[in-house]
Design a protein around this ligand. Structure first.
Ligand SMILES: Nc1ncnc2c1ncn2[C@@H]1O[C@H](COP(=O)(O)OP(=O)(O)O)[C@@H](O)[C@H]1O
Ligand SMILES: [Mg+2]
Length: 249
């Protein structure tokens, strides 16, 4: 997995095909009677075929930003555009639909369903989206192969290592062909070597996306929060959350 080819620049040239656009994003919380302004006009964009690292110290607001970008949480101000669609124009049902159609999530802890196999965990979100079981299974097997787990499809999460669990979580996040992959410290629970492998995999998947039979429509961009600056430096760009705004570093 430490193949140097994964560190090459994107295969798909970034052509202004923006999958995430944030501008002027504001988010405030009430804390102990005071107002804490975590985001004060954050802006960034992510294009198809591009992987962007989001860094910043603990408490800087990375998770808050990712939840807003992923339409899981409302901002108090600013523009959030996913795949060219402005989230502000949508009601809750519209936001949910846009999230299901365009966004895949990976969390620090895998959140796989423990009573289902790896393959079933990847099949389920597709069936919820209306895909037939046969087609969902085929897609799940293809994804398991892409994440290097073709032989592990029948295993339940508890029988997989931490790194393998995150690979399955990545495959599940990609099951419905999102335009945007959001990952919140996806290797935060993994050892150094395994983190390296998972990041190399993520990078390879993003940069190689859109080159298969589905062509550009399968291309996706990724925004990945991490503490690890070495790993961040291997992404296409690094944005840092500093005092509530994003600074390209
Ligand atoms: N729902 C909430 N209510 C109040 N404060 C919150 C809430 N969510 C996050 N915060 C605060 O916002 C700040 C940023 O949190 P977070 O986005 O989790 O940072 P990070 O992911 O960079 O560690 C922290 O000070 C946190 O306590
Ligand atoms: Mg966080």
């Amino acid at each position: 997995m430490s193949d140097v080819s994964v560190m090459e620049k994107p295969i798909i040239p970034a052509t202004g095909d923006t999958v995430l656009e944030l501008s002027g994003v504001v988010r405030r919380f009430q804390q102990a009677g005071a107002v804490l302004e975590v985001l004060r006009g954050a802006a960034c964009s992510v294009r198809r075929g591009e992987i962007v690292a989001l860094v910043g110290p603990s408490g800087a607001g990375k998770s808050t930003l990712l939840h807003i970008a992923g339409l899981l949480e409302h901002a108090d101000g600013g523009v959030i555009r996913i795949d060219g669609r402005d989230a502000a124009t949508l009601d809750d049902a519209g936001r949910t639909a846009l999230r299901r159609e365009t966004i895949g999530f990976v969390y620090q802890f895998h959140h796989l369903l423990p009573e289902f196999s790896a393959e079933e965990n990847i099949i389920l979100p597709q069936m919820i989206a209306g895909v037939s079981k046969a087609a969902a299974r085929e897609r799940a097997r293809e994804l398991l192969a892409q994440v290097g787990l073709a032989a592990r499809g029948s295993h339940r999460p508890a029988r997989l290592s931490g790194g393998e669990q995150q690979r399955v979580a990545i495959a599940r996040a990609l099951a419905n062909r999102p335009s945007l992959l959001i990952a919140d410290e996806p290797t935060g629970n993994l050892d150094h070597h395994t983190s390296d492998d998972v990041f190399a995999l993520l990078t390879r998947l993003v940069r190689g996306s859109g080159t298969g039979p589905g062509g550009r429509k399968d291309g996706f961009g990724a925004l990945v929060a991490t503490h690890n600056l070495d790993l961040a430096a291997r992404m296409d760009r690094v944005v840092e959350l500093r005092d509530g705004v994003l600074v390209e570093s």
